[in-house]
Design a protein around this ligand. Structure first.
Ligand SMILES: *Cc1c(COP(=O)(O)O)cnc(C)c1O
Length: 220
């Protein structure tokens, strides 16, 4: 099933839209099957869980962190991930920068936008994004490549559209302001139930779990 799901998805995505397989709770065998079917980017929510998978799978695919990162886990994350999609504070960016400096590398990151402006959720508020990006741009070992958003969870993909539009507007504003060292190339938004709407609103990276691997259990 995983193979067919990946093939169908890859065929259906417009050119230029990259697919991240969201692999939380999946086994290394399932992840490998997805890679064999053509997945080139895997997205992990947890550093710990990624570590286990990474030792088996290694660099057969690109690794993106798509879950919240605590600053004290930055060093570990930098050893595994090719991109961190969830930077939402200067403190976290600073911790990534420091870990990268010690390892002699630069980390491509996306800034996570709290497009639903929900106080309890991760991500920077849309109106604070520009100043945060200005600040992070001064770090030498972190390279901002674009934006990511989750949006509030809703069953109906149409309800996600305004949040994708809001994130796209921030993306366009930042791109126009030409901040030195900042690129606005990647707009990561949309999941299994909402990726088509996200693509209509400008996403060029979608993060899909259920539609590849099937339903998740244990309330995750
Ligand atoms: C789980 C997850 C996804 C994918 O969700 P599905 O509904 O299973 O496609 C995408 N992005 C993030 C950040 C996730 O945690």
């Amino acid at each position: 099933m995983i193979k067919e799901n990946v093939k169908k998805l890859l065929e259906s995505l417009p050119e230029g839209v990259r697919l991240v397989a969201a692999v939380k709770t999946r086994t290394p065998e399932e992840i490998l099957e997805a890679i064999q079917a053509g997945i080139t980017i895997i997205g992990h929510n947890y550093v710990q869980e990624a570590e286990a998978g990474f030792s088996l799978i290694g660099r057969q695919a690109e690794w993106h962190l798509i879950g919240h990162l605590q600053s004290n886990k930055a060093k570990k994350a930098v050893g595994i991930f090719d991109m961190i999609e969830t930077v939402d504070s200067f403190k976290l960016a600073g911790a990534i920068d420091k870990a990268c400096r010690n390892m002699g590398r630069t980390m491509p990151v996306l800034i996570e936008i709290n497009s639903g402006e929900e106080p309890q959720k991760a991500g920077v508020m849309p109106h604070d994004a520009a100043s945060l990006i200005q600040e992070i741009a001064s770090l030498k070992h972190v390279r901002i490549m674009g934006l990511m958003t989750m949006g509030p969870f809703t069953g109906d993909p149409e309800e996600a559209r305004p949040y994708f539009q809001k994130t796209r507007a921030v993306f366009d504003d930042i791109a126009k302001s030409n901040i030195p060292g900042v690129k606005m190339e990647i707009l990561s938004m949309g999941m299994s139930n909402s990726y088509q709407v996200a693509i209509e609103e400008g996403a060029n990276m979608v993060r899909i779990g259920t539609k590849i691997f099937g339903e998740r259990y244990a309330g995750q």
